[in-house]
Design a protein around this ligand. Structure first.
Ligand code: PLP
Length: 432
């Protein structure tokens, strides 16, 4: 059992009240000059030169400044774990501040999690649902969204329903997706759960427009019956220019160990304070002085809940969590617009090139406003897993989408360039 002093030092809860006023310490270890060209950006990664890495979206390779920060914190912790924890109570606040700055929100709106999966679980499990409530989701979402929904409906007795936002991904349109959601929301619908970029098809969903549909549905509803929009944002977080706060959703979860380049095993969940207040914590928290005082006094905590109530406790791989600001600094120095444009251009080159190869069917929309960094396709007569295998023989690291209807995925990202996309296209042509 932790002593009170240990607990407060561990969580930084002595500073919790100051969370809103503590600005993130700016991290300047990566400079814009070091990232001024794409070859320089590539040099930040230790990714083997033997392969063409088109699956960087799956699990990050840490860029140099993130690696260095992890090493710095690891040394501090190895040198003296107890005193390092005692002397650095501000670290969690600094990390939440850096995440908030990137996502366009406030530090007190951010919960640090270890993955998209954990963030979604905290949100879906935390919702106070009744048997007459319905969760409306789509057939396109990842297993973890569907499982989080299944688990929460099993416990609450609420129901769930899945709709298709489009029939064929390559013909998906913004209007169709918006219209299908509008028609699907019923009086019982309390939650709409969607994914920003589908890792099944590469389709980017117009979250802002879907949020408008939800806002329309909420007109005339009492506060307690408001429909809430929950977004799995992992494949848009780190490659799209709009900030999370601009998307208009109520809850957002994303691992930071994919497009953000933060350490493996890190992620965020985000909501406005009025939405965190709707949740019940799932995992004990060390970050709330109210929860701790209630425990000490032998009483029930007095709400409303806030992000600190939802923040999962337990010791972490702090060298990874504390290095997260370096990744947000990496994006800040790169520039959001520049990142989005680069990923759009490389993905367009990849889609256009694939579409010209006889026997290849591209499923991801060609329209960059309906896609992001993942290109899904098939090669006639070959199973996706065999295409992936054959590409690997040609040193191209592709992946197969982990869905019932599976496709081959190439995900051109900041670690690739035009020549590499051409080489990958030549490899596909040789296989097809
Ligand atoms: C759409 C989507 N959501 C969630 C996940 C799981 O992410 P995490 O490993 O951060 O839990 C994945 C897997 O890569 C995914 O493709």
């Amino acid at each position: 059992m932790l002593s009170r002093r240990e607990l407060l030092a561990t969580t930084g809860s002595t500073l919790a009240a100051a969370a809103c006023s503590v600005p993130p310490r700016s991290t300047t270890s990566v400079t814009a000059a070091a990232l001024s060209t794409w070859p320089k950006v590539r040099e930040q990664f230790l990714l083997s030169r033997e392969y063409l890495h088109f699956s960087q979206f799956f699990l990050v390779s840490h860029p140099k400044t993130v690696r260095d920060a992890i090493e710095r914190y690891r040394r501090m912790l190895d040198d003296n774990p107890f005193l390092t924890m005692e002397r650095t109570p501000e670290m969690k606040l600094r990390v939440r501040g850096a995440a908030a700055e990137y996502l366009g929100g406030k530090p007190e709106e951010v919960v640090l999690v270890d993955s998209t999966t954990q963030g979604l679980a905290l949100i879906y499990q935390g919702l106070r649902l009744r048997p007459d409530h319905e969760i409306l989701t789509t057939i396109h979402d990842h297993y973890v969204t569907h499982e989080a929904i299944r688990l929460t409906t099993e416990r609450s007795g609420a129901s769930s329903r899945r709709i298709a936002l489009y029939d064929a991904p390559h013909t998906a349109t913004r209007d169709e997706m918006v219209d299908r959601l509008r028609r699907a929301i019923k009086p019982a619908t309390r939650i709409v759960g969607v994914t920003w970029v589908h890792s099944s098809t590469g389709v980017k969903v117009p979250i802002r427009e879907l949020a408008n549909v939800v806002a329309d549905a909420n007109r005339g509803r009492a506060d307690a019956d408001r429909v809430l929009l929950v977004v799995d944002g992992v494949h848009g977080f780190g490659n799209q220019e709009p900030t999370v706060a601009e998307l208009g959703c109520d809850f957002f979860a994303a691992g930071c160990h994919k497009w953000i380049f933060a350490p493996r095993g890190t992620g965020i969940a985000w909501a406005r304070p009025s939405n965190w207040a709707l949740l019940r914590p799932t995992i004990p928290s060390w970050s709330s002085s109210e929860l701790h005082h209630a425990w000490e006094d032998g009483r029930s905590p007095s709400g409303p809940a806030d992000a600190t109530w939802i923040q999962p406790a337990g010791f972490k791989a702090y060298e990874h969590q504390w290095a997260m600001p370096e990744a947000f600094a990496f994006h800040r120095e790169l520039g959001r617009g520049r990142v989005e444009a680069r990923i759009r251009d490389l993905n367009s080159q990849c889609k256009e090139g694939l579409a010209k190869i006889p026997g290849v069917t591209v499923h991801t929309p060609r329209d960059p406003s309906l896609s992001a960094g993942i290109v899904c396709f098939d090669v006639a007569g070959l199973l996706p897993k065999d295409v992936v295998k054959k590409l690997l023989e040609k040193k191209v690291v592709a992946s197969e989408s982990p869905y019932k209807l599976s496709h081959v995925r190439l995900a051109p990202s900041l670690v690739n360039d035009e020549a590499e996309v051409d080489m990958a296209l030549r490899a596909v042509r040789a296989i097809a």
